[in-house]
Design a protein around this ligand. Structure first.
Ligand code: FES
Length: 313
């Protein structure tokens, strides 16, 4: 029996059902690296399954071990051990020749992870709206002190909820949840963290209004989706980078918090997974990057009590 396989940017082909992806590539005369005779040792044949993951043979123990040892996980698969059971779409991931050679000469060496990959992740972008204006109009002592208190609180909450900071710029912070563990748990953690931050910032907002007549408000955008993620730079300044549509949508949600006067706005995919767990205050539709139709946006109600930010004079 035959089935179809689509190689990203190459084309669609018919192949024998039950053959491995590597066998299919060779049969079709496509270039597909293989440095270990298909014994699952060299990792030079890795592919990214873009569609039809359920039509691939299950990940067996050896493949799971070698992927995990090299910081990889499905939908990244070894082409030499993965059998095609139905239609699939994939991309061959090209590794540096030097990495493969180094690993083959010393099999105990860990090959560097792929520089970039796509993972289902929850992104949280937060800021203090109006902080820039406050910083311009206040003493350096006050602006740095307030920023420090906001960041310390945020960092504490992120630590407690398993979030990780990716980027910071003034009062704006991009954090990620789900680099490890189940995505459903990551969504609950991200929403829980956001609700506690909202409570903590209430105190801060009141303090700034009372003492500085400043109009500063919290904004948090939360979205979940396949995210391009990787590490750039070299030690000691190596850092995570997050790119793509998931990030753009998260940033758009954050922008909307200002106009909507909402602390926490989440996208529809987040809402679908939290609707039975967290109270939703309201919903409205808005334009999102990369979407033709307007998308639904949901405001999550803040927790009524919780983490309180200590406001030292
Ligand atoms: S060809 Fe070496 S791991 Fe697949």
């Amino acid at each position: 029996m035959r089935t179809s396989i689509i190689y990203h940017k190459t084309g669609r082909f018919e192949v024998e059902t039950g053959s491995t992806i590597l066998e299919a590539s060779k049969c079709l005369g496509l270039f597909h690296d293989c440095h270990c005779d298909g014994t699952g040792q060299c990792l030079s044949c890795v592919v990214w399954i873009l569609g039809g993951e359920q039509n691939c043979s299950p990940v067996e123990k050896h493949e799971a071990q070698i992927l995990a040892a090299h910081h990889l996980r499905p939908p990244i698969r070894l082409a030499c051990t993965t059998k095609i059971l139905g239609p699939i779409r994939l991309q061959i991931l090209v590794r540096e020749e030097s990495e493969v050679t180094a690993m083959m000469s010393n099999p105990s060496q860990i090959m560097p992870p792929l520089p970039g990959t796509q993972l289902p992740l929850v992104l949280m972008k937060t800021t203090l709206h109006g902080f820039e204006v406050f910083a311009v109009n206040s003493l350096p002592h006050d602006s740095v002190r307030i920023l420090h208190q906001f960041r310390s609180t945020l960092e504490t909450l992120l630590r407690e909820h398993g979030g990780q900071i990716i980027e910071t710029h003034g009062a704006s912070v991009l954090a990620v949840f789900g680099l490890e563990g189940e995505i459903r748990d990551a969504i609950n953690s991200a929403v829980g963290c956001s609700r506690r931050l909202s409570v903590a910032c209430k105190e801060l907002k009141e303090y700034l209004t009372r003492h500085f007549e400043a109009n500063v408000g919290l904004g948090i955008g939360l979205h979940v989706g396949l995210t391009t993620v990787g590490k750039i730079g070299s030690a000691p300044r190596e850092q995570w980078v997050v790119l793509g549509e998931t990030r753009q949508i998260t940033e758009q949600l954050l922008k909307l918090t200002g106009a909507a006067k909402a602390d926490i706005l989440v996208s529809e995919p987040v809402f679908a997974l939290i609707r039975d767990r967290f109270p939703i205050k309201r919903a409205f539709s808005a334009r999102m990057p990369g979407k033709e139709q307007r998308s639904n946006v949901f405001e999550v109600q803040a927790q009524s009590t919780g983490f309180v930010m200590e406001m030292a004079a």
